[in-house]
Design a protein around this ligand. Structure first.
Ligand code: CGF
Length: 818
């Protein structure tokens, strides 16, 4: 089921778009205009499929999953859409003939960076898989005016630059004002009896905004299915309140306008961290309310009994961010659809499922009841009632056990606890990797697991091979297809067929030659973007992910400092040349980027080590450059403190591109090693059980290591003796202190960096020894690809469908098929 592609028609379409949009010819248009015109031509191919898909869904009155997420880290759309329409190569050819370079055109597109990191990218991979597998689904999120900030590095510091991604217009989106809904904030709740004597609740004296949806197509691979990502924009109810203005109340007049503008202004750039800002709760309620209103209106188009809503809709809550769904659905079912509490609860508790993405305490969302009730007065009443009923249940089940209430109540200590709300009202609670789910069940959510074991399940994360191999690494993709056919594109388990080639020396050479080409491509990118020359024959050792203490970029850079000391002391050290590549955005104020950049400066400019060590910090790490980075990596650094990384998904992208994991037994690393075998990865460090034990005992004593390990001491002293910051030797004193001294409630070396240091250094040595054995390395790298089948998001989605969503696959017919 491919698209019937007519090259001449396509070329004409591009030229026509340039004429209509810009009154220009191909020769006159600039690169951005060409990108827009090509995108509109691709959108044209998408449209028939999009219409046909929606028609099919309506006709078959399908059960649908709504993926509710504050973040969708979609990246660029053009390349991905062409890939999934299976016309990438055809279009490349057509554009070549027009004298246009597709790579240059793709580079004009800003990333749709409506997310921070793993959680948002997971949502994007899930949408890709849902469409490819033919499941009725759509995503709901926010059309942030500014997505994830652009990162610049100045003097080693991160500078955050606003990401005005909509500046040139988004060619793939469609505004749908006809499906707008009002969302209300504040005011008070008036209660009265209706003519049947039933209590009625209305919100009065509120402020409101209009939620206006924009649809973005989500193209399935080669199957005619086009699902939708709905992102909500906010508009003022009346652009300008003339009455208030005439009365001289200028502020009131512009209040509605500001409310709308502020809500969707910017994505909070916090990953695994909850900042507790009022605006964030507004954002959450805004998109949740609009999305539920939309789902109910859609349902009512073809169904009459709202009591059966849950038979047709399931809301997957991506973390606790959209958990207010539970109470908003109750509100709409009761206050607007006339159901009583029990009926509404029956529907709600069969509609909502929750995914937990982290055990980090600072990520747990808790809203002060003062704020929550002021902003969402009616929703708060409902949360109160959910809590009251649940606490009653607890008292019956655990008589006299106040501790259970303290830990499990939805409202406690003056706060609404969103995870508790999601678990109490959801019918499913899942973690995102086996180890993570086990930790939830045994530790973090133990009480809930004991009470509702049937709700808990694991869904190990996955990634889409269409973007991270087929699009990101075309050389390898073609090579694989040449060996085993192209079934892997929609069924990644087929990669295991590569196993027969791993001992074949010719295949090994071909494979390593592709890796080398990809390293050349990255080296060129680094030269152009960072001005640093790197040796493509060196080991590319890569850590790209959000900068966060628990991810331990600090361990990595301390080890680089140690290696540098070793090389200086012994210039003949028999180790291969290495390039350490970092890429990451940080929450504002985290100094580690500065340390990495300063270390890079010193090492890269020291002729004494003859280029055997290089350090590069790639600016503005994002989905589009990630694709180039994964393809070029030899070593994948996955070194979080065991138990802290729920899953990780970068680890899977590296594996799929033939990098060996150097990691701790954390998150999905555990499953990666299970799949590929211990000989084809290098594992080190404390286990999650050991970490948890130390934590329960109040930590360990890093001073003991400092006192006894000369190498560690040297490296730490270099943090405070000006070695990496001549102009201000105190620059990294905080980092030094955090590793050695308790500070208030914070334990020294919270993330066990010194504790794991030796094991990490040894693991590196082991990795380099492997690298020296060329054939052995090629075999291991190929085995990583061959064993990556499990980590497709297609597999993850099939598990969600089987265990939670219970959807049926749909076939979509289109008349212009091949
Ligand atoms: O979600 C994360 C990521 N940082 O966005 N969490 N959150 N919040 C986890 O830390 C990752 O381990 C996980 O892979 C990702 C997606 O589930």
């Amino acid at each position: 089921m491919g698209v019937k592609f007519d090259k001449d028609e396509f070329k004409k379409s591009v030229a026509d778009n340039l004429k209509v949009l810009y009154r220009k010819t191909v020769d006159e248009a600039d690169k951005q205009q060409i990108f827009q015109a090509v995108s509109y031509s691709v959108k044209d191919i998408i449209m028939d499929r999009w219409l046909a898909t929606q028609k099919t869904y309506e006709k078959e009155d399908v059960r649908t999953v709504v993926y509710m997420s504050m973040e969708f880290l979609m990246g660029r759309a053009l390349g991905n859409n062409m890939i999934n329409l299976t016309v990438y190569k055809d279009i490349k050819e057509a554009l070549d003939e027009m004298g246009l370079d597709l790579n240059v055109i793709e580079d004009q597109e800003p990333d749709a960076a409506l997310g921070n990191g793993g959680l948002g990218r997971l949502a994007a991979c899930f949408l890709d898989s849902l469409a490819t597998l033919g499941y009725p689904a759509y995503g709901c999120g926010i059309r942030y005016r500014y997505g994830m900030f652009k990162q610049q590095i100045k003097d080693g510091y991160q500078i955050e630059v606003p990401d005005n991604w909509l500046k040139d217009g988004n060619p793939f989106e469609i505004k749908r004002p006809e499906y707008s809904y009002e969302v209300k904030f504040g005011g008070y709740v008036r209660c009265y009896k209706d003519e049947d004597g039933r209590d009625k609740f209305v919100q009065e004296d509120y402020r409101s905004v209009i939620a206006v949806p924009y649809d973005m197509p989500v193209v399935g691979y080669g199957n005619n299915v086009v699902n939708t990502l709905i992102i909500w924009d906010a508009e003022p109810v009346n652009t300008f309140n003339l009455e208030s203005f005439n009365k001289g109340d200028y502020h009131k007049a512009i209040e509605q306008e500001n409310l709308a503008k502020n809500i969707v202004e910017v994505l909070y750039p916090n990953d695994n961290h909850y900042a507790g800002k009022e605006l964030r709760l507004k954002q959450q309620y805004f998109f949740v309310s609009a999305s539920i209103q939309r789902a109910i209106a859609k349902y009512k188009k073809t169904n009459s009994d709202i009591r059966k809503f849950h038979e047709k809709y399931v809301f997957q809550l991506n973390d606790t961010h959209p958990t207010v769904t539970v109470a908003e659905l109750m509100r709409i079912l009761m206050d607007e659809e006339g159901l009583n509490w029990e009926e509404a609860w029956e529907v709600t508790t069969h509609c909502c499922a929750y995914t937990n993405h982290t055990i980090m305490a600072e990520a747990l969302e808790k809203w002060p009841i003062e704020l929550f009730s002021r902003l969402l007065p009616r929703v708060y009443q409902i949360v109160e009632e959910i809590n009251r009923r649940f606490v009653e249940e607890l008292k019956v089940k655990y008589p006299g056990n106040q501790d259970k209430i303290r830990k499990m109540a939805v409202i406690y200590d003056g706060q609404v606890k969103m995870a508790n709300l999601a678990i109490v009202a959801g019918f499913s609670v899942n973690g995102v990797a086996k180890l993570h789910t086990e930790i939830l069940e045994k530790q973090e959510l133990k009480d809930f697991y004991e009470m509702f074991p049937e709700k808990f399940n694991n869904k190990t994360n996955g990634i889409t091979q269409r973007r991270f191999l087929l699009h990101g690494n075309p050389l390898l993709a073609d090579w694989i297809t040449g060996k085993i056919g192209d079934d892997w594109i929609t069924d990644l388990s087929h990669l295991s067929r590569l196993k027969v080639y791993v001992d074949d020396e010719k295949c090994q050479r071909e494979f390593m030659q592709i890796k080398y080409q990809n390293k050349l491509r990255l080296a060129k990118y680094i030269k152009e973007n960072n001005g640093v020359e790197v040796d493509p024959r060196s080991v590319f050792d890569v850590q790209v992910k959000r900068l966060h203490e628990y991810k331990r970029q600090l361990l990595n850079i301390l080890h680089v400092m140690y290696l540098y000391n070793q090389l200086k002391a012994n210039p003949d050290l028999d180790i291969p040349a290495q390039t350490f590549i970092f890429g990451a955005k940080a929450a504002a104020g985290y100094k580690i980027a500065k340390l990495i950049n300063n270390v890079a400066d010193v090492i890269n400019n020291d002729p004494a080590i003859k280029g055997r060590l290089k350090v590069v910090f790639i600016e503005n790490y994002r989905v589009s450059n990630a694709e180039i980075i994964f393809a070029a990596a030899d070593v994948s650094e996955q070194i979080s403190t065991a138990s802290k990384e729920a899953s990780g998904t970068g680890n899977m992208k590296f594996m799929l591109n033939g990098a060996l994991t150097l990691g701790t037994m954390d998150g999905a690393n555990v499953e990666i090693v299970q799949e590929v075998g211990e000989d084809n990865a290098v594992i080190f460090g404390l286990t999650s059980d050991e970490v948890i034990r130390y934590e329960n005992e109040g930590g360990y004593d890093p001073m003991e290591i400092f006192n006894n390990d000369q190498d560690v001491r040297t490296v730490l002293m270099q943090l405070i003796n000006g070695e990496y910051c001549r102009e201000n030797p105190e620059m990294f004193r905080d980092i030094y202190n955090s590793l050695l001294h308790n500070d208030g409630g914070r334990r020294a070396d919270t993330y066990f960096i010194l504790k794991d240091f030796r094991a990490y250094a040894d693991a590196h040595r082991k990795m380099l020894d492997k690298y020296k054995d060329e054939k052995g390395w090629a075999k291991s790298a190929m085995l990583n690809v061959a064993c990556a089948g499990k980590f497709s998001s297609d597999r993850t989605i099939e598990e969600y469908v089987r265990d939670i969503w219970k959807l049926d696959k749909v076939k979509v017919e289109v008349s212009d098929e091949d």
